[in-house]
Design a protein around this ligand. Structure first.
Ligand code: GDP
Ligand code: IMO
Ligand code: MG
Length: 430
């Protein structure tokens, strides 16, 4: 019995939502294990679009269990809003199909404010965060002063926890000349919604153990991408969690041996939202074309995504860092109209050729991509479901890409629709 972790191999928005939704036909349980509502996962099912931020992408299918693990940071108001939104589209969300970890940490209004205060104060040095309070919430978690889902049970405990966390936040706010954040109103607001959140709350580690024992298939759904990982990404232009596959174990409460196959989601080109190095970025007409055809606007913040050529050096690196077994290559159709397609196969820096992205941001900004060029296929691949039906030049591009990254391409996505996907190797069975 195999459990699969799905993770982004670039800077996020690779199409994780589409692939998790497609694969979840085979899974019994779908688990989010890190990140928060900075994520925006889009699924298109029979022409209906669902945009998920905190809810696992398995939620839209009947008879699947969705789990929000302890590694996720939850803005309780954002979660309730998302539940209402998805329910209004006819999707069932109840304690029968949604479980939230009692140990998950909360994002509270002062986290969002701190995110904004810092980004505004940073000027040119800003990270370009989603301004959802993700960073400040994870800081409080590691600082051991965070409020967790279980803290909503007792008024006395909640009061004490809020005193502690606000002591810290208000000292910083005062230093930055901002107003003091008052506890009483927040306490009142939290107690009002507490029953709505607590009804989903359970020990997730125990549930996962039971599911495994009963031979249920588990799909772990990553958010963001490895290049946004706080340890392995383009630091400091990263998110504040570990986005690599091994975070699925710590973020849900099971051992690393519970993950049997790591599926990396990889766009056939590259995009990035927010600031930070991006060696293959195209600030020309081709970049614009990719953005328009790929509808590259942020799901969460509607910001225009920066676009560029496929960076083989980066993906080969993230595959190694995260132990990726197979790749789902997405958005191939976006390249359909191009005369020429380029792939970065090495970098040049200080007059030398290198085969990896250096760790220092100063060097990451300096590396010059060395490209291999491919002929475009100039015909429509949208909706193709069999590898053999792809144009010859598309096959050449895919095969060369596969060879370069030294990892099997196990599926190819050719449109946003759930079933417009070419299956080469089933991650649950291989
Ligand atoms: P995620 O964050 O990794 O789940 O990705 P997003 O949902 O933020 O962004 C991916 C976007 O590409 C969404 O709008 C998807 O509907 C869309 N998409 C996914 N796969 C494909 C594909 O193969 N072709 C095209 N044209 N769009 C796709
Ligand atoms: P999904 O799951 C793309 C980026 C932000 C910013 C940096 C830090 O949809 O792939 P944060 O708010 O997390 O502190 O912002 O990370 N970022 C994403 N970029 N897709 C995402 O999620 C992202 N989540 C965060 O743009 O550069
Ligand atoms: Mg996204």
């Amino acid at each position: 019995m195999k459990n699969v972790a799905v993770i982004g191999s670039q800077w996020g928005d690779e199409g994780k939502g589409k692939i998790v939704d497609w694969l979840s036909s085979e899974a019994d349980v779908v688990v989010r294990f890190q990140g928060g509502h900075n994520a925006g996962h889009t699924l298109v099912v029979d022409g209906i679009t669902y945009k998920l931020r905190l809810l696992p992408s398995g939620i839209v299918r009947k008879n699947k269990i969705s789990i929000i693990g302890n590694g996720v940071v939850i803005d309780p108001w954002a979660l309730l809003e998302e539940i209402d939104e998805i329910k209004s589209k006819g999707i069932k969300v109840s304690i029968e199909n949604l479980i939230i970890s009692e140990s998950a940490n909360l994002i509270l209004p002062f986290h969002k404010e701190m995110d904004e205060i810092r980004e505004d104060a940073a000027g040119k040095a800003k990270i370009g965060t989603t301004r959802r309070g993700i960073g400040p919430a994870y800081e409080d978690k590691i600082g051991r002063r965070s409020i967790r889902v279980m803290d909503l049970i007792s008024k006395k405990n909640l009061n004490q926890r809020l005193e502690t966390v606000l002591l810290h936040h208000n000292a910083i706010r005062k230093g930055l000349g901002k107003n003091i954040f008052k506890k009483d109103k927040l306490m009142e607001d939290l107690l009002k919604i507490a029953p709505e959140i607590l009804k989903f709350s359970k020990p997730v580690w125990k549930k996962i153990y039971e599911f495994k024992k009963n031979k249920k298939k588990i799909l772990f759904e990553g958010a963001q991408g490895i290049l946004l990982d706080v340890d392995h990404g383009t630091y400091p232009f990263v998110t504040s969690s570990n986005t690599v596959a091994s975070a699925a174990a710590t973020g849900s409460g099971c051992g690393p041996n519970s993950i049997n196959y790591v599926l990396g989601i990889t766009k056939a080109y590259t995009t990035r939202v927010g600031e930070g190095p991006f060696p293959t970025e195209l600030k020309d007409d081709i970049g614009e074309k990719l953005g328009t055809r790929g509808k590259e606007f942020g799901t969460v913040t509607s910001r225009k995504r920066r676009c560029g050529w496929f960076d083989g050096v980066l993906v080969r690196q993230t595959i190694k860092i995260s132990g990726i077994d197979g790749i789902a290559l997405t958005k191939l159709d976006v390249l359909d109209e191009l005369d020429e397609i380029k792939m970065c196969v090495a970098y040049e820096i200080y007059g030398k050729e290198i085969d990896y992205l250096p760790a220092a941001v100063e060097d990451q900004l300096k590396v010059k991509p060395i490209y291999k060029s491919f002929k475009g296929w100039k015909s429509e691949t949208k909706g193709i479901k069999k590898f053999d039906d792809l144009p010859e030049n598309a096959k050449v591009y895919i095969k060369e890409l596969e060879k370069f990254i030294e990892t099997k391409i196990s599926s190819i996505s050719t449109s946003p629709e759930r079933n417009d996907t070419i299956l080469i190797e089933d991650p649950f069975k291989s």
